[in-house]
Design a protein around this ligand. Structure first.
Ligand code: TRP
Length: 436
């Protein structure tokens, strides 16, 4: 604009009638004015170049600004606010009544003091709940009539985290929850000295699962670590745990079907109890099958009555892209025993760590959708759930869908899709999916 103004003044001057100019200025005056004019013109011109340069730099930094904004949000958002917001969105996505904020309050409580830390601060505790150390993981379980249940796996983390401190925090939470929700602690007391020793070892000591149904009270499960006294003592611990809870023949069945391979390829990974008002809740034991083929889990599933041959293998093909061997993270089996079961479990579940057998989450989603279609479930629910939890596009990483699982047997058969919160990190897509 300044340039245009000056140019037009100059033009007016240059084109003015001769005697008007003569009358206006002497030759020196004209010369001086012309020099001044030229100087002003150049200096405004260079200022204009400078401003243009600044404008284009501002344009370039628009993207940088967006990145900065994400960092600023992470600096002021706590882990509990972030995961609480994601949980609220997930509840809405799967059609839970919108007004209930009890799930979010319970999640806050279960997270413990670590929940107050901003996302930008690195996690103080390397939780094994999720790959990026976020101490929570969501899952959406569908049963045969399609109605979803939301579950949240949580590791409560103390202010000064350690196995012991986290364990103490989890115990306090347990007592306060049992008072409020009226569930019995008999089962917990029956096995707690086995699984909660003075000197805990291994990846974790005590995890919770919070189970939410659209129109019912929340339920809870506890996960113990069979390797808490070291890998070698895990089988004894599991056997003793089953004995104390009244399932004397369970251990032999589980080992016969799930633990037959040599060299510690089948390892006990979790021992879990449900917390209910009922006196005899459910007990579940989990085995990870390292480098296993689908045939191993196919046989494991036969521990349960009424499992159709080929069902588990077909699940491995759909969810895992083949029949193995699955040499990255292991396939996992769980065997569920409820009151009345003697030697055979009434439920079997196979878990496939799908994130290890795909290149990115587009591919993981495609596997999950294939599974949903096979079970006559509407895949739109999954897309809504992914939108609620993710803050990135599916092709940008791998791990948003960490596991897919298939539940068989009498108790609520169906499939479950796990969802990572990725509060701390996103794993980049990988180059190849590893043929399996
Ligand atoms: N992150 C661990 C794993 O992937 C533990 C775990 C979290 C897990 N959620 C799970 C194991 C669901 C099996 C199924 O092994």
């Amino acid at each position: 604009m300044a340039t245009a103004d000056l140019a037009s003044t100059r033009r007016t001057w240059d084109s003015a009638p001769r005697d008007l100019r003569a009358a206006f200025a002497t030759a020196e005056c004209g010369q001086a004015f012309s020099e001044f004019h030229q100087h002003l013109f150049e200096s405004l011109g260079s200022r204009r170049d400078l401003l243009e340069g600044l404008a284009s730099a501002a344009g370039d930094s628009a993207n940088a600004y967006e990145d900065t904004e994400v960092i600023m949000i992470m600096a002021i958002t706590s882990l509990r606010d972030y995961t609480g917001a994601r949980l609220g969105a997930l509840c809405r996505a799967v059609g839970f009544p919108g007004s209930n904020d009890e799930p979010i309050r319970l999640l806050h409580e279960l997270l413990g003091p670590m929940g107050a830390r901003p996302l930008l601060e690195p996690p103080q505790w390397e939780s094994d709940v999720a790959d990026d150390k976020t101490p929570i993981e969501f899952s959406v379980a569908f049963d045969e009539n399609g109605s979803p249940t939301i579950r949240i796996l949580v590791e409560p983390v103390a202010a000064q985290p350690s196995h012991r401190a986290n364990m103490e925090l989890s115990k306090q939470l347990l007592h306060s929850l049992s008072d409020r929700f009226g569930f019995s602690l008999d089962q917990f007391h029956a096995v707690s000295d086995l699984f909660l020793p003075e000197e805990p070892q291994g990846k974790f000591a005590f995890w919770y699962s919070l189970v939410l149904r659209p129109n019912g009270p929340p339920a809870f499960k506890l996960y113990f670590n069979p390797e808490i006294r070291g890998h070698c003592r895990a089988p004894r611990l599991v056997q003793e745990g089953f004995d104390r809870l009244g399932f004397r023949d369970a251990y032999d069945t589980v080992v016969k079907h799930g633990g037959r391979r040599e060299h510690h390829l089948d390892r006990f990974s979790f021992f879990s109890i449900d917390l209910h008002q009922r006196v005899h809740p459910r007990v579940k034991v989990y085995l990870s099958h390292h480098a296993a083929e689908a045939a191993s889990v196919e046989w494991a599933a036969q521990a349960t009555d009424g499992v159709k041959p080929g069902q588990v293998e077909q699940f491995c093909r759909l969810a895992g892209g083949g029949t193995g061997p699955f040499t990255r993270r292991p396939l996992i089996s769980s065997f569920a025993f409820v009151e009345g079961d003697t030697d055979r479990p009434s439920g079997y579940t196979v878990y496939l760590p799908v994130r290890d057998y795909v290149t990115d989450d587009e591919a993981a989603r495609a596997r999950a959708i294939a599974l949903m279609r096979q079970h006559d479930l509407d895949p739109a629910v999954l897309d809504r759930a992914l939108n609620a939890v993710a803050r990135r596009s599916l092709a940008e990483g791998v791990g948003l869908i960490p596991h897919l699982s298939l539940r068989l047997g009498r108790s609520r058969p169906g499939i479950t899709i796990y969802l990572s919160v990725e509060a701390y990190e996103v794993a980049p897509p990988r180059a190849s999916a590893l043929a399996s």
